[in-house]
Design a protein around this ligand. Sequence first.
Ligand SMILES: NC(=O)C1=CN([C@@H]2O[C@H](COP(=O)(O)OP(=O)(O)OC[C@H]3O[C@@H](n4cnc5c(N)ncnc54)[C@H](O)[C@@H]3O)[C@@H](O)[C@H]2O)C=CC1
Ligand SMILES: O=C(O)[C@H]1O[C@H](OP(=O)(O)OP(=O)(O)OC[C@H]2O[C@@H](n3ccc(=O)[nH]c3=O)[C@H](O)[C@@H]2O)[C@H](O)[C@@H](O)[C@@H]1O
Length: 480
Amino acid sequence: MVKICCIGAGYVGGPTMAVIALKCPSIEVAVVDISVPRINAWNSDQLPIYEPGLEEVVKQCRGKNLFFSTDVEKHVREANIVFVSVNTPTKTQGLGAGKAADLTYWESAARMIADVSKSDKIVVEKSTVPVKTAEAIEKILMHNSRGINFQILSNPEFLAEGTAINDLFKPDRVLIGGRETPEGMKAIKALKDVYAHWVPEDRILCTNLWSAEVSKLAANAFLAQRISSVNAMSALCEATGADVSQVSHAIGFDSRIGPKFLNASVGFGGSCFQKDILNLVYICECNGLPEVANYWKQVIKVNDYQKTRFVNRVVSSMFNTVSGKKIAILGFAFKKDTGDTRETPAIDVCKGLMGDKARLSIYDPQVPQEHIQRDLQMNKFDWDHPIHLQPTSPSTINQVIVASDAYEATKDSHGVCILTEWDEFKNLDYQKIYNNMQKPAFVFDGRNILDVEKLRKIGFIVYSIGKPLDKWLKDMPAVA
Ligand SMILES: NC(=O)C1=CN([C@@H]2O[C@H](COP(=O)(O)OP(=O)(O)OC[C@H]3O[C@@H](n4cnc5c(N)ncnc54)[C@H](O)[C@@H]3O)[C@@H](O)[C@H]2O)C=CC1
Ligand SMILES: O=C(O)[C@H]1O[C@H](OP(=O)(O)OP(=O)(O)OC[C@H]2O[C@@H](n3ccc(=O)[nH]c3=O)[C@H](O)[C@@H]2O)[C@H](O)[C@@H](O)[C@@H]1O
């Protein structure tokens, strides 16, 4: 019987292994983690992450061929295939701080695998890692292997949060990179056989190790670049009277460009786009490719610009000050259908408004109060100037309250910012919201989900990203 163990029960390890267990009843899958609360949650009715469809999948196989455990060593020892899906955040200290991936967790997982293994294993890189990580991992494993044969594969994950289960059920492709040796090919085949339980063979792509590692960073860089491109266009649209949605629609009709991933927004967030591009930038710099590094760095700079531009627009529209004004923030997660707030643009927007002394009333259907408070109190790590941390003074947190619904959040407010595109925000009773707000009442739609004309008829002054400005906003000072 094939036994799989996955180290890291996070946003990737949990859903990915649950789907493997569901689709491969003959394989025993153990997901292990050093975090006791996380494993307890996986074994409870309150899963540690919110992901549509995940609960149903977990309930079908948990206790049958899917197990969550903190006994990391036992399950690693027993497995034939060990996935490593630990976090690989941006380094905040030392060499490469602010850009390079921090491989501390990966290295400790690799050392542990080497220490406890008693039989041959395939070790699969599931985490997103810098190119050539497999070589470093091989060195760690071989150094301590006591004659055990380890084959390293790169099998990066392409799921997106909020649609993870669907992405795993029907992946555009599964990518497996391995050594081009007979043993390497055998390992590739073994992993391919797992995915072949439900993924059509022509969607399982096999490459060499380095191509697989680079492809993951390249895919995220290309995706993020599309958003920065459309967001850059949104600024031009506002300046000229063009409508960015019409522009996206028009260019997306070109089959070479395609219609997906062209929604202008307050900026992209999530744990990976920024981290992976910074990682790519660092790798390019280390390989003597400053022009390539600078090209990709610009994707993040435009993203930062877009968040700043949004804050400036809010402040300048409201008579150039939000001091003491109540601003309702609808949505804090980095996108809809997830409770994840890692690198959410809402953090930067809220901190920007708090910097101008606004009072914030925040509502998100999936983000608990303590996470919002934690995120807003945390120092922001400035990737561009890694030695200068931007502290949030403890007093600023008194400017924030967390509301239990959108109506409570918006009551008596001067302005409303939509920062996450949750479906429920599309269908709120905006007349009721308007009636309960201070006047003039402003809406700043950072996700372009609202019917602007309808809101203007109610009486709101509305700003939508990349859309023609109404007269009020045109008359206000220009924003940089
Ligand atoms: N979140 C996402 O949507 C995607 C993430 N990725 C990549 O997958 C990797 C994991 O990401 P997430 O699942 O979001 O991270 P996460 O932070 O949710 O989960 C990582 C887990 O690994 C555990 N861990 C760390 N070191 C460990 C060790 N030595 N032994 C056992 N457990 C250990 C942590 O306790 C944590 O629960 C990252 O490299 C990320 O870039 C790739 C595709 C999508
Ligand atoms: O490596 C990863 O972690 C993952 O990163 C992204 O997935 P994710 O960050 O979960 O979510 P996305 O749907 O890509 O959205 C990222 C951010 O971009 C924003 N976005 C997305 C699309 C768009 O058109 N406009 C836009 O502003 C979203 O609101 C969100 O803040 C990729 O889409 C996944 O393929 C990849 O596996």
